[in-house]
Design a protein. Structure first.
Length: 367
């Protein structure tokens, strides 16, 4: 295992961090296919990761991650709290709510987390998080009280991570990216203002869809080729732990395969939209083009129902806006030169044709 500096925190974290979603028990709507590990099984899997060099364990408040936070606290007590680094998070944006969430997390774990993130900050809540008295101010106060060591912002949006990168209250950032959705990683690489922050990356496997098409070694190595502190991998079995923790295996590290090569692999199954989620396209009507394109990819990669449900939230209105838009700034903003209005109509037809088989979908829309 190799270790990297976590920004200017003074911490050194393992390149592979242990994501604790798969060790939970309990109903988690965003993750229906969890492993449902009991306490003994969960501790054994975490101990195996620790034995292979992992020192960073990432979780979230109950009930968002089921009982994973509680299990991680018991593991910390068992293995020795000083031997691991704990990152935790909660989806609260108001300062009072965030303050209470951290106190609840400390009680759940029986210890204090090293890093605490405001989780999944989006554009609708960013101002609330960053304003005076918001969640970030609460984390700053908790740092002063010694209840956490470092404050973080976790988001799937580049502009919000950049806002965190220039805010002195923020120590660590957590974003998403992978071999396919690499646009945000490339922007972070090219933006000097991220250099003083620790940067952790999740969604390396793209909701578990990419390992069926690329090796774990290729997927993890691709993300670690960027100037980040480490990756967070959701792990629920001994086999998954071994595959992730042994990704380097002492061999010469592979070069990052090109985006075009990734598309070539996916083209064997469907017609991928060549979007890397750089998030430069700004729709004047507020449509998150990159998010819709992501759901399209995930539909064909295996998340059929989930992706269709996400796409169906407003796609008819978004496609109508696209048909009537005379400015189309997204076309000029897209570095991949994607014909966005045309793709939006394809997404609308895909959703309206549900339920159909994937094979029939390809025949109908992509002759």
């Amino acid at each position: 295992m190799y270790y990297r500096e976590l920004g200017t925190t003074g911490l050194k974290v393992s390149e592979i961090g242990f994501g604790t979603i798969p060790i939970l028990q309990g109903s988690v709507p965003v993750l229906p296919d969890y492993f449902n590990l009991n306490e003994e099984e969960a501790l054994a899997v975490m101990e195996y990761g620790f034995s292979l060099g992992c020192n960073l364990f990432d979780t979230a408040i109950v009930p968002e991650y089921g009982d994973a936070e509680i299990k991680l606290g018991k593991f910390a007590d068992y293995i020795g709290r000083e031997k691991i680094i704990i990152s935790d998070k909660a989806r609260f944006y108001d300062g009072n709510e965030m303050y209470g969430a951290v106190e609840c997390s400390c009680e759940n774990m029986g210890t204090t987390p090293d890093i605490y993130f405001v989780h999944q900050v989006d554009e609708d809540h960013a101002d609330e998080v960053f304003r005076k008295g918001g969640a970030l101010d609460a984390l700053t106060e908790l740092k002063c009280e010694g209840k956490i060591r470092f404050a973080g912002i976790a988001s799937h949006y580049y502009d919000i991570l950049l806002r965190g990168a220039v805010d002195d209250r923020v120590d660590v950032l957590q974003g998403s990216g992978n071999l396919l959705e690499r646009g945000m990683l490339e922007r972070i690489r090219d933006e000097e203002r991220f250099r003083k922050k620790g940067v952790l990356v999740n969604k390396v496997y793209a909701a578990g869809l990419l390992p069926a098409r690329f090796s774990v070694r290729t997927l993890i190595g691709a993300v670690l080729s960027y100037p980040i502190s480490g990756v967070l991998i959701g792990l629920g079995t001994m086999e998954q732990v071994k595959a992730a923790m042994d990704w380097d295996m002492g061999e010469e590290r592979e070069e990052l395969i090109s985006f075009e090569e990734v598309l070539t692999v996916l083209e064997k199954e469907y017609n991928p939209i060549p979007c890397d989620r750089c998030q430069r396209c700004k729709c004047p009507y507020g449509t998150e083009i990159h998010t819709l394109f992501r759901q399209y990819q995930y539909f064909f990669l295996g998340k059929d129902y989930w992706a269709l449900k996400k796409m169906g939230l407003g796609i008819a209105k978004s496609a109508e806006y696209c048909r009537n838009c005379t400015h189309m700034p997204c076309l000029a903003q897209c570095p991949k030169k994607i014909r966005i209005p045309e793709k939006m109509q394809i997404l609308e037809r895909l959703v309206s044709a549900h339920p159909i088989s994937r094979k029939q979908e390809q025949i109908d829309f992509f002759p």
